[in-house]
Design a protein around this ligand. Structure first.
Ligand SMILES: [Zn+2]
Length: 330
């Protein structure tokens, strides 16, 4: 893992390249990490890969949207003692102290000063730092919690497998609540987390980011491979593209767009947006259409339910993400 020679050198380099300084989010010393086994907390399967981002669970049928980092210190009763730290400069966006979902107790930080304003998420916490509240501004490496194994059944985690679940990603829509309230199958389970609901968050692989001491996060997102493309027709630009203008293709003017050609990663992150003018032949007949895929990524796209098994139709993950993106844009 690379390391800056001195703090001053790091600051100079980060300033010149437009980069965000990153620290490891637990008590583990990043410079001691040589391999996946050094930091991974595997699932009950025991496979180190199960701690990684991707289709790493249940024989590639369950997606893991972050990475699981094991503790390095435990109390005599077996509970982890590791502290959890802000991975980069930012502010507290959300704190969930309830045991009401698979994340257990969790904290979300927002990083508006990064090259692209990402969120980071820290889950299964034993406890949140006393006094921490939404809106608090934090420098990188600020203690925010203690590692734990909180979660609810059927995803309960024994203390032997306590870990920090860490995510980094983007927020699909500021209007997520409107989409949620329109879903008949969700009527009996009110949205308890506002825009910070997991369905409104799209992560990307944190490993390349946590492995370095400074990273240009916008470049990290732009460099993710395109796996499929969608065209959509909009009356107003989706708020996603107002929040992340760095993902606009060159020459794209949201004010003149009648729709969009949107490239997605295999896991459902809308990574590149090309504006379609009113006269464009590419505009879909209906609200949106799935128009292209990279055949080399077809298997992953199918496993992630981005497309159907025959690759002819959009799958449930793609459909949900597009509909959330379009909330407020129709
Ligand atoms: Zn996890």
């Amino acid at each position: 893992m690379s390391r800056c020679l001195s703090t001053l050198f790091c600051l100079l380099l980060a300033g010149l390249l437009g980069a965000t300084e990153i620290v490891w989010p637990t008590s583990m010393d990043r410079t001691t990490i040589r391999s996946l086994e050094d930091y991974a907390q595997p699932t009950v399967s025991g496979k180190p890969e199960s701690a990684l981002f991707g289709m790493v669970r249940e024989e590639q049928h369950r997606f893991h949207e972050g990475i699981d980092i094991r503790p390095i210190a435990r109390a005599p009763n077996g509970e982890p003692l590791d502290r959890v730290f802000s991975a980069m400069k930012g502010s507290v966006a959300y704190i969930n102290q309830q045991l009401n979902g698979p994340y257990g107790k969790y904290v979300i930080l927002y990083h508006p000063e990064a090259e692209i304003p990402v969120y980071t998420l820290y889950a299964h916490l034993a406890s949140v730092e006393k006094g921490l509240k939404v809106g608090d501004k934090l420098s990188k490496g600020t203690a925010i919690a203690t590692m734990g194994h909180t979660s609810i059944s059927p995803t309960a985690i024994p203390k032997e497998r306590a870990h920090l679940h860490f995510e980094v990603g983007l927020v699909l829509s500021a209007n997520f609540g409107n989409w949620y309230n329109q879903q008949p199958d969700l009527r009996d389970s009110p949205n308890q987390h506002g825009i910070w609901n997991g369905q409104n968050l799209v992560g990307f692989d944190p490993v390349p980011i946590l492995g370095r001491s400074s990273v240009n996060l916008l470049d990290s997102v732009r460099q993710l491979p395109t796996a499929l493309a969608v065209t959509m027709r909009t009356k107003r630009p989706p708020d996603f593209i107002q929040r992340y203008p760095g993902l606009l293709a060159p020459g794209s003017d949201p004010a003149k767009a009648a729709g969009w050609y949107v490239e997605f990663t295999w896991h459902g992150l809308p990574k590149r947006w090309t504006a379609l003018p009113p006269e464009s032949q590419q505009l879909p007949k209906g609200v949106w259409s799935y128009v292209a895929l990279d055949n080399n990524q077809r298997q992953l796209l199918t496993l992630r339910k981005m497309i159907t098994a025959d690759a002819k139709m959009p799958g449930e993950t793609l459909t949900r993400n597009v509909n959330i993106l379009l909330t407020g844009a129709q």
